[in-house]
Design a protein around this ligand. Structure first.
Ligand SMILES: C[S@@+](CC[C@H](N)C(=O)[O-])C[C@H]1O[C@@H](n2cnc3c(N)ncnc32)[C@H](O)[C@@H]1O
Length: 298
């Protein structure tokens, strides 16, 4: 072991010469001992700081842990909505309404004439709905809401997960879509999917009743996104989850029109206006993100 290492180990003990002799005081005459004594002095001075450095590290680590811990548990800060809520712009995309919410243009919604496109066989590979439903980890007996359910592409998959003791509210604003959905659920022999006709500001779901509400390729089409989310949150049980499945706006290669995609940052910005906590963003699908919030405790 080198002298330096030994002196470091012994710095909190009385100083003794390396040969083990002596009275514990620094020897005054031997040059080698003088060097060791000076080294000890420096190390002692440094040694005085070691507990402080360690304490600093500890404080830093604790503050990180507290910050990470604080974000989901700290009281929800709800951002005030803009006034006016929506803005009309003459210069806008032909795919949109010319109506903007927090700088995002709202897209035209898909009419029931596009229902067969929702059921296209290649969608299984492009959107992997089976994997999506697995990731939601629904439990038997739970209540789910498929908002903007369309033909029921996701409703029946969720209905199988929650089983006959659970239910899926399948909401849409187009009666024709709900008629297609009814036919599809009947063909599958499912009785726990309940069609609910809503309007553009209210999905008309029961209050405090839903464990998980999901919107698959829907939210960007809401004519009144603020009012819709306010009402959906009202329908959630405290702690109930709200899930956005949107084509990833961050990725240009994804072959969907720009207004029919959303970035995670935009979704989170819009949800900051509601009593919701962001839980996680799952990257389990090839083209969409799955952004999960939960209703904040009152
Ligand atoms: C692109 S389709 C998606 C359908 C379904 N989620 C799916 O993934 O197959 C969008 C659906 O959202 C519905 N929609 C648009 N605005 C809505 C609103 N405010 N409330 C409920 N449904 C709405 C449309 O009628 C349409 O059926």
């Amino acid at each position: 072991m080198s002298i330096r290492w030994k002196t470091f180990l012994s710095m909190n003990r009385p100083l003794v010469p390396l040969d083990g002799k002596g009275d514990g005081k620094p020897p005054q005459t031997d040059a080698r001992m003088k060097v060791i004594s000076r080294t000890h002095g420096r190390i002692r001075r440094v040694g005085l700081f070691i507990p402080q450095i360690f304490a600093g590290w500890l404080l830093l680590a604790l503050s990180y842990a507290t910050a990470a811990d604080a974000s989901p548990k700290s009281p929800q800060v709800v951002v005030a909505p803009p006034v006016p809520l929506y803005e009309s712009r003459a210069n806008h995309s032909s795919d949109g309404l010319g109506k903007f919410f927090l700088d995002r243009e709202i897209a035209h919604f898909m009419t029931h004439h596009g229902a067969s496109w929702l059921e296209r066989p290649e969608r299984e590979e492009e959107e992997q709905p089976t994997r999506l439903v697995e990731a939601l980890a629904l439990k038997v007996g739970e209540v789910a809401a498929d908002i903007g359910a369309g033909s029921g592409y996701l409703s029946w998959r969720m209905a199988k997960k929650v089983g006959p003791t659970g239910r899926v509210y399948a909401n849409d604003i187009q009666p024709e879509m709900l008629q297609i959905l009814r036919t599809n659920m009947l063909a599958r022999g499912l009785t726990n999917v309940i069609p609910v006709l809503g309007d553009i500001t209210d999905p008309r779901l029961p209050t405090n009743a839903v464990d998980l509400a999901i919107m698959v390729d829907v939210y960007h089409e809401f004519d009144h996104p603020f009012e819709m989310i306010r009402e959906i949150v009202r329908s959630l049980k405290p702690g109930g989850r709200l899930v956005f499945v949107e084509y990833r706006g961050e990725e240009k290669w994804i072959p969907i029109k720009a207004l029919h995609k959303m970035t995670e940052a935009q979704v989170r910005k819009e949800m900051a206006l509601h009593p919701l906590e962001w839980v996680e963003t799952l990257r389990v699908l090839p083209r969409q993100h799955v952004i999960v919030f939960r209703r904040a405790p009152p």
